[in-house]
Design a protein around this ligand. Sequence first.
Ligand SMILES: N[C@@H](CCC(=O)N[C@@H](CS)C(=O)NCC(=O)O)C(=O)O
Ligand SMILES: [Fe+2]
Length: 287
Amino acid sequence: MTKPDVSAFFDEATFTVTYVVSDPTTGRAAVVDPVLDFDPASGRTSTTSADEVVAFVEDNKLGVDWILETHVHADHLSAAPYIHETLGGKAAIGKDVTAVQKTFKGVFNLKDLATDGSQFEHLFADADAFSVGSIEAYVIATPGHTPACVTYVIGDAAFVGDTLFMPDFGSARTDFPGGSAPQLYESIRKILALPDNTRLFMCHDYKAPGRDVFAWETSVAEQRANNIHINDTVSRDEFVAMREGRDSQLGMPKLILPSLQVNLRAGQLPEPEDNNIRYLKLPLDAV
Ligand SMILES: N[C@@H](CCC(=O)N[C@@H](CS)C(=O)NCC(=O)O)C(=O)O
Ligand SMILES: [Fe+2]
């Protein structure tokens, strides 16, 4: 099996990892979870982070076929539209994005938001196959953190989104609307059933007690042996009790309200008003 080249771009402002995954034989590539920088204090967006990805793709003469979102992110704005404009590629996400759109259409009162996922160019169902150049790839639906979460398996590499984090940090939270700890347990067991030497690429890293560098790559074998939340000795009930306990202590991500409004539309910013300025909403006492 050809192994894809994987390059990581870490955004320290949101602890998010963007990946460029490419086929060394054809130069075809996918960009996973691109970030649009956003400063909530000033309302300014910038493409500094995304431009690093663009420069890397151009310098290495790669061709982008896919822009893959692992889920509707609640902690950063997606740069999928910017990547699409500059590099091309089809923006794709799990088909259950429709459930997330239905939930938040109400919260944000987005009367004209289509809730059929049509803002994305492709919707993936569980087990759908695709390819990155000559490398075979497929999707595993891995809900639990959100209903639309998917894992992309590309050759020997899996992009797990918010399911597992590094072994010393554990797993993703399950307290967002439509989240479920029992579902996350089942989803993680599917990832851990991949071959032991599968490379696993995390969507976030927050460091961990005793570790002062960021890290985002591990393997199935390492997770099964060492993950502090879910390894081969942890039962479903133990995981659910731990996860729900921890979730009840967590504050909301800093950028959840801006992120959802933008990411529900595949990263498109709201249309400008008649003064040519775009606005995001801040729903009070609703989330
Ligand atoms: N402090 C971060 C928190 C982000 C956060 O809640 N991350 C989610 C993924 S979107 C998570 O699963 N965190 C796991 C945890 O903190 O246990 C922020 O404000 O953005
Ligand atoms: Fe997330």
